[in-house]
Write a protein that binds this ligand. Structure first.
Ligand code: GLU
Length: 422
């Protein structure tokens, strides 16, 4: 199976061709601008010194400061981080926000750390990347296994180093510390705004539709919450402890409470338990939301997927080989790609950064409406371009992902051309 980076670059290359851009645009974007590898020593509670390895990849800043999250994960590699940073350049470009792309990572299982150790690791990472970040340079945020508390420690660390508060150095901070309450749920919320538009366009409506969710972290939980609030029925959720399945509909608020109190979705007291965290990918549902990590829907298992519509809150969950199989199914409508579907997180980060630069804050409802409007417009812009590309290339399979990449790569190209980089 090709790695995430390999297939992402394949899609990028294809989109440069589809957009009719010079081949050198691909050459330029296939490598990041800068890679920083850092070591983070942490004195553990048992007195031992542990050395963790971390990265900050800055992919491209033609459109503005590098922007993207920080992932804490036991299996994360530099190669995955490069793929994620490349994805951020494209996501931010497609979203129409003034950012380039970057991503950070630390190879660690944060579930095995005490709060004190986690704080030391977070502060140590912030200190290590301090020379290359800042509100005008590179603005990190959370990603898998990182959260507002971690952002609070990091923004505090940078502020101490500078000698003054630097609110705009990180986004997705707690509302008490220059954050915005919408950021907590913005990725899941944005994915449901997009899922609703897609369902209204292609499935005859969103209300009453069944939804299956693989991964019940921040994105998955809030996607489930907003899906239910807007009248759809969540039938499956999962995490590493297993899957909960209930065709009658899961009580999402209860499931969130159970997950946050016990860390395990499987402790949800109702429904059917399946001892396989991948099960939501294959159950009967109208809409599937892969909300965990990359490469979960692959050529090997795509035939088992039953959903007509996929919307991707995770980064890179569906491989192109899997997509080929999905699109060959007569009843399959679309896989709404990550760089469109999960942009709610970074678009909200942008709004928070704008607030922090001005020290002027919108209220929750006003912010949410600004975010929803950007997500809706981007969905329709991408869907329209997809129609056009399909008409231009009737002989080949053009996916919605291709259309999103074409729009994204065009905007980065225009900025690079105007700046004389290419
Ligand atoms: N980690 C999120 C993403 O992959 C959000 C990044 C951000 O807010 O900068 O898009």
């Amino acid at each position: 199976m090709p790695s995430y980076l390999e297939w992402l670059l394949g899609v990028l290359k294809e989109s440069v061709n589809l957009a009719g851009l010079p081949e050198e645009v691909y050459e330029y974007l296939s490598k990041p601008d800068r890679i920083l590898t850092v070591k983070i020593p942490v004195r553990m509670d048992n007195g031992k010194l542990m050395i963790f390895e971390g990265y900050r990849v800055q992919h491209n800043n033609a459109l503005g400061p590098y922007k993207g999250g920080i992932r804490f994960h036991p299996e994360v590699t530099l190669e995955t981080d490069i793929a994620l940073a490349t994805g951020m350049t494209l996501k931010n470009s497609l979203a129409g926000i003034p950012y380039g792309g970057g991503k950070g990572a630390v190879r660690v299982d944060p579930k095995k750390l005490s709060m004190k150790e986690l704080e030391q690791l977070s502060r140590g990472y912030a200190r290590a990347i301090a020379p290359i970040i800042g509100p005008e340079k590179d603005i990190p945020a959370p990603d898998v296994n990182t959260n507002p508390q971690i952002m609070a420690w990091m923004v505090d660390e940078i502020s101490k180093l500078k000698g003054y508060n630097v609110p705009g150095a990180f986004t997705a901070k707690p509302p008490e510390l220059w954050g915005n309450p919408v950021r907590m749920y913005s990725t899941g919320f944005g994915a449901i705004v997009v899922a609703k538009e897609a369902a209204e366009k292609w499935l005859g409506g969103f209300e009453g539709k069944t939804i299956s969710i693989h991964g019940f972290g921040n994105a998955g939980q809030w996607a489930a919450y907003w899906a239910t609030k807007w009248g759809a029925k969540v039938v499956a959720i999962s995490d590493t402890s297993g899957t909960v399945y209930d065709p009658e509909g899961i009580d999402v608020e209860l499931a969130m409470k159970v997950k946050n109190e016990t860390r395990k979705v499987i402790n949800y007291p109702k429904g059917q338990k399946i001892n396989d965290s991948m099960a939501p990918l294959f159950v009967e549902a109208d809409i599937l939301l892969p909300s965990a990590i990359e490469n979960v829907i692959t050529a090997e298992n795509a035939d088992k997927v039953k959903a007509k519509l996929i919307v991707e809150p995770a980064n890179g969950p569906t491989t192109p080989e899997a997509e080929k199989k999905l699109y060959s199914r007569k009843d399959f409508v679309a896989a709404v790609p990550d760089i469109l579907a999960n942009a709610g997180g970074v678009v909200m980060s942008y709004l928070e950064w704008v607030e922090d630069l001005q020290y002027y804050f919108w209220d929750e409802e006003e912010t949410r409406e600004k975010l929803a409007k950007i997500m809706r417009n981007n969905f329709h812009r991408t869907a329209d371009r997809w129609e056009k590309l399909k008409a231009q290339h009737p002989d080949k399979l053009v996916t919605m992902r291709d259309a999103a990449f074409v729009l994204a790569v065009e905007r980065v190209y225009n900025a690079m051309k105007l700046r004389g980089w290419i």
